[in-house]
Design a protein around this ligand. Structure first.
Ligand code: THG
Length: 268
């Protein structure tokens, strides 16, 4: 599982204040903690700062890259912000995200064309949020085909079928899971990703629900997630699930996690 650490997001009250005060030490520590716990990318999101988003995102990228060696996942719906942020980033970032919304699509393609950046293809269009697997697949097909036509490699595309709260519709878990399966059946070598914790929005025992849903999603082929790597129970379940699915030759990672005490989580 590729892990995108989600904690540097201005929608979180504490982080919002740290960004506003340009508290570089705190941001650097949150980046480092996430990498120490297994993050392969660090998501940076300053979306709530209207008008100042580009400045803050650039500062976040500088701060994160000054502290850790993993790339950022630049999280903004605004192509102008993304364009500036990409210039600030050393090496190849992950872009979060392109969608089929006209403005966003048209302005993001030129940023991506012919580059080796990774990109999240979010299943959203001008018609709003998808409802079923078929809605999601129609959007994913168009996005994937157009990206490939624009010289983006399949292995750099991360399809996000969009997780919606189970509390807002009984079918949302199922439709998401079936989309993950359909994407991997159709496009060999592509990746899937999601902000998994959306599933439990508004219900109690969120960690428990998130961990259960993660196991289900990995079974369908989910290979990347935007999540909190400091959630030890979640990290332990990801390792166990992948081992039990035969993705861990000779149970090596499982045994290593056991020896490192990763299965002795206090509370999940
Ligand atoms: N897909 C893609 N990108 C995304 C999302 C997605 N980026 C944003 C989001 N969804 C994933 N990131 C986060 C970051 C932080 C939190 C949740 C998702 C979070 N939320 C707590 C909550 O909701 O209760 C608490 C907020 C707080 O700490 O104040 O921490 O789906 N492509």
């Amino acid at each position: 599982m590729r892990i995108v650490g989600e904690l540097i997001n201005a929608s979180r009250k504490k982080i919002r204040d740290d960004i506003k005060e340009k508290n570089a030490e705190v941001i650097a520590k949150v980046a480092q903690d996430q990498v120490d716990h297994g993050a392969d990318f660090i998501d940076v999101n300053a979306g709530i700062f209207v008008g100042k988003e580009a400045d803050y995102v650039k500062w976040l990228i500088r701060t994160v890259q000054g502290a850790v060696d993993v790339p950022c996942c630049i999280d903004t719906p605004d192509p102008k912000v993304l364009e500036e942020a990409v210039k600030e980033h050393k090496g190849t970032p992950m872009l979060n995200s392109i969608s089929l919304e006209t403005d966003r699509y048209n302005n993001m393609i030129p940023i991506l064309r012919g580059t080796d950046m990774k990109v999240i293809a979010l299943c959203m269009s001008d018609e709003g949020m998808p409802y079923t697997k078929d809605d999601r697949m129609k959007i994913a097909d168009k996005l994937v085909n157009n990206l490939v036509k624009n010289d983006v490699k399949l292995e750099n595309i991360f399809v996000d079928p969009l997780v919606q709260p189970i509390g807002s519709g009984d079918h949302f878990g199922r439709e998401f899971l079936n989309t993950i399966e359909a994407i991997h059946n159709k496009y060999e070598g592509i990746h899937t990703i999601c902000g998994l914790s959306n599933i439990s929005y508004g219900i109690p025992k969120r960690k428990f629900a998130n961990q259960t849903f993660m196991t289900m999603a990995i079974t369908k082929g989910l290979d990347s997630a935007i999540m909190n790597p400091l959630d030890e129970g979640m990290m332990a379940k990801i390792i166990a699930t992948e081992t039990l699915l035969g993705k861990d030759p000779f149970c090596e990672k499982y045994m290593e996690a056991y020896r490192e005490g990763k299965f002795e989580t206090k509370k999940s």
